[in-house]
Every structure is written in C-alpha cells, then in structure tokens.
Write a protein that binds this ligand. Structure first.
Ligand SMILES: [Zn+2]
Length: 506
C-alpha cells in the first residue's frame, strides 16, 4: 500500500517540515486530544484480554484511517498490532515499537479521577494535594496550554507515542510532503505482563518485520524535557546471598559474644564489596565493560546536569561517588543491595543472635557484561573472603566443617545489556535528523534501566535506538499517571522528523 499523497507533493527541509507539522498541530490540537482521550478511555491492563483486544482494534482503525496496512498478529497471549506504510522509492525502512497495554490499576488511589476516564488538569497534580482539579476535556473551551496534563493509565506508558505517530502522519500528509522512508509499526499488548510471547512473534514474523532500524518508543525522556535518544540499556542479573550462624536463633544474653552473628558477617561481607566511592572491589567486575567511544563520551558530557535538582528532590547530599554525575555513573555496571533481612527490628525486636542473614543484590550490566560471568565474580569474591559457598541449603556436615558458610542463589532470566554504537551510519542519520530539529537533543549512550531490547537486535538483527517522549514525572506504573501536553506536541514533531530522516551514508 502506498502512502496516500495528494498531487503537488514536495521535498522539504527540516525547518520547513517542523514549521508545517507545528502549524498542523496548532490547528488540530482539539482533534488530536479528542482522539487520544477516546483511545485512553479503553481499559488496557494486560490481564484484561477483552479490553486489550478493543485497544488492538482501535489502533487498527486509527492506522487504517492513515492508509497504513494493518495485520493483527495473534500470539499465545495478547495480540500484536502490526502496521506497514510503504512509499515509492523509499531507500530505508524504519520500525517503531510501542506497547499498548498498561500496568494494573488501583482506582481508589487516583485523586478525583479514574484510570480510564481521562481528565485534564491545568498543571501537574501537586504532591500531597488535590489541585489542580481535574476537568473533562469537553468542558474546556479556548486554547490549550502545553503545561496542562492528561491523567489516565497509559497516557504516558506507553500509548502516547501511538497518538504522536498518527498526528505526525496526518501533518505530513496534510502538508503534501513526500514521505521518505517506509514505516513499520509493532505494537505489543503484554509488555507489562513480561513480554512472554514477543520473541516467538518476532521469530515467526521475521520477514514481515525486516527493517533497517528499530525505534523503541517507551519510557520517559530526559529531565530537561528536550528530545531524547538512548542507544542502549543496562542488563540485569539478580542474586540472593545468605550467610549462616548457628542452626537456630540463640538467646543474646546466654550466647551473645560467643555464637557467630550472621547479620554482622553479612554486613562485613557486603561492605567489603565496595570502597567509599562506590567502586566495586570484586575482582574482574569491570573487566568486560566495552568502553564508550569518543563520540559517546562527548554526547554524555553534553547532557544537561540535573543532579542538584534530583538531590534536593530525593533529599540527600552526596552520591556514592561525589565526583560522578548520575548520567555518567549509570554507564558502568552497578552492584546494588536491594534489601537485607535478619532477625527482627522495631517493636518486633527480639534479643536473639539470629541464625541467618540474607541480602538480595542486583547487578545492572553494561555492554560487554554477561549475567552468569558477573554472578560468578561475586561468588568467587565471597569464596575469597573465606566462605564455603553452596547453591542449596547447607547441610549440618557442611556447617560443621566450614567456619563461614554462604548460600548464593541466582535468579535466572534477567535482561541483557545492549548498546548501539553512535557511530553507525544509521545512528548518525538519526542524530542528524533530531539534531537538526532541536540542538538540545539529549543523547544517552546507556539508559540506567533494563528493557528487552537485545531480543529485537538478536532476532531481527538490526540496531535499536530508543526515543522516549513522556515527561519524567509521569507517575508511570502508579496512580495518577499523566502526560504533559507539551511533551505530546514535541513527540509529534520528533516522530515527524524521524519519519523524514535521511538515508544513512556509509
Ligand atoms: Zn512502558
């Protein structure tokens, strides 16, 4: 199917394109928001299969209105909605990923609104208050302010990009601009339920999905609100460490100072894993890290510094390494204590020497790191501290023959680390496209969090770049999820720019 262009189609430069798209948006704001509100009114919790299908059909209809050829790809779970828009003489094909399902909702936690009754607030809901009050969009007359927000589940995560694609296509079509690239869309319906059927769907439809690049359009953009690109994500591997004392809790009066205290042993063991600046002291922890290239380092240094704002927002004075900015720190693998448990505390405190102490750890990995290798480094380190390490509950025999005993349990199935080089020809075209649009574009080599990106690069064998468009304070996965309207507008312009990006130059 060929993009429905009218006669008089023309080539356009970046400035002209943005002008046209902005002009279209300004004249159609109400129409765009109305369509979005209709979409957001359909409940989209992954487990609600009936309504999930309604979402899929609504998206299908939205796409077909724009001349996109749509296929519903059935899976063992929720359907994937696939769309394709081919243009004559296109030299490359761009694939866009979004998930249309959302996290479960707790309607009672939504303040004066409901997850699937989208409302407008004239500003951000102020923490601890109920203002500004929500208003039905239809009750609002006159111009729309970009500081206003739409409150609904999925307004940011992750239905916003879908409406932005549609509006961007409308703008391009209305302005008689010749679309340059073939566009493909893959909209998943069970990301929030773990993407269990996505890999199989990708494998089955490998040919259909063949493209030059995948854009992962999920998650919040950078704090500054500028257009954001991310080129990688950290992987994750989780493990649980338990150290043992006596095989029962013992009275702290009768046995204290004599019985080994596993809470103390665990505290010492964990403390020995990092120095005072947060540098991990485990042998080999940083050995496999693929270092950033010069371009990536430069991009990193160009990201606006929000650390002071974040420190005051989160109420602490000094980061682990006072010399390192957040954006820089997350380019390295991390070793984190997610939680520690031993004995009882507070009102429940008992005067005992606990029999065991457990800590859950997670390691976020960057390109080059591999889960089982990293976990093995931790195990080796624990052994080096004199521990007998087992993966199962230690036997009495083992407890009696080793002074220090630890159990390390590895949690399987973490996401892999991934990073696309900013120097690939296609990466450079993407950067050029967005940079021409907004010179403040934030380019993040590796995002701190973990996403199933490696699945796309492995199955489809194409590079992946992330374009998140939501405001960072969108209450993703919580009550009162929202999107700032200015972010929607920027999203439309961002995607229009990408749809029109130039061919990658070798
Ligand atoms: Zn998401």
């Amino acid at each position: 199917l060929v993009f429905a262009v009218k006669s008089g189609e023309f080539e356009i430069d970046k400035k002209g394109l943005i002008k046209e798209v902005r002009h279209y948006r300004q004249n159609n704001e109400r129409k765009i928001i109305n369509e979005f509100i209709e979409f957001l009114s359909i409940p989209n919790v992954s487990a609600d299969t009936k309504n999930i299908r309604k979402n899929a059909l609504f998206i299908k209809e939205m796409m077909e209105k724009r001349g996109i050829e749509v296929k519903i790809l059935e899976t063992k779970g929720n359907p994937v909605v696939y769309g394709e828009l081919n243009v004559p003489n296109a030299t490359q094909t761009l694939l866009f990923y979004v998930h249309y399902d959302g996290q479960p909702v707790e309607p009672s936690k939504w303040i004066d609104s409901l997850p699937f009754k989208p409302m407008i607030r004239k500003g951000k809901l102020e923490a601890g208050t109920t203002i500004p009050k929500p208003i039905q969009f239809s009750a609002i007359k006159g111009p729309i302010n970009e500081e206003w927000r739409i409150y609904a589940r999925g307004s940011s995560d992750d239905r916003a990009p879908i409406i932005c694609y549609m509006a961007a296509l409308d703008a391009i079509n209305k302005s008689n601009i010749r679309l340059k690239n073939n566009l493909k869309f893959i909209f998943e319906g069970e990301e929030e339920a773990g993407s269990t059927n996505l890999r199989e769907c990708l494998v089955t439809n490998q040919k259909l999905l063949k493209s030059d690049i995948l854009f992962m359009c999920d998650g919040p953009g950078y704090f500054s609100g500028d257009p954001t690109l991310f080129f990688g994500v950290r992987g994750i591997v989780s493990l649980q460490v338990t150290v043992y004392g006596a095989n029962t809790n013992l009275h702290s009066g009768h046995y204290g100072n004599w019985a080994p205290n596993p809470a103390m042993s665990l505290a010492k063991l964990l403390a020995s894993m990092k120095d005072d600046r947060g540098r991990v002291l485990i042998d080999g922890f940083y050995d496999t890290v693929v270092p950033l290239g010069e371009g990536e380092k430069k991009a990193l240094n160009n990201i606006p510094d929000f650390d002071d704002k974040l420190k005051s927002l989160y109420g602490f004075l000094t980061p682990e390494d006072p010399q390192k900015r957040l954006t820089h720190a997350i380019q390295q693998p991390s070793l984190n204590i997610c939680g520690i448990r031993s004995g009882w505390v507070g009102n429940e405190a008992r005067t005992i020497v606990p029999s065991l102490a457990t800590a859950s750890l997670d390691i976020r990995m960057v390109k080059g790191n591999e889960g089982s290798y990293m976990a093995k480094k931790v195990v080796d380190f624990i052994k080096k501290q004199g521990y007998f390490v087992t993966s199962t509950e230690p036997t009495l025999q083992e407890r009696l023959s080793h002074a220090k005993v630890a159990k390390v349990a590895l949690r399987e199935s973490g996401y892999k680390a991934y990073r696309t080089s900013m120097d690939l020809p296609i990466s450079r075209s993407v950067i050029k496209a967005l940079y021409g649009y907004d010179s403040k574009t934030v380019m993040i080599p590796t995002l701190g969090g973990s996403l199933p990106i490696s699945m796309f690069s492995e199955v489809l064998d194409i590079p992946v770049i992330g374009i998140p468009i939501a405001n960072y304070d969108n209450n993703q996965h919580q009550a009162n999820e929202n999107i700032r309207i200015g972010h929607l507008w920027k999203g439309i312009e961002t995607f229009a720019t990408i749809f029109m990006m130039g061919k990658a130059q070798k």
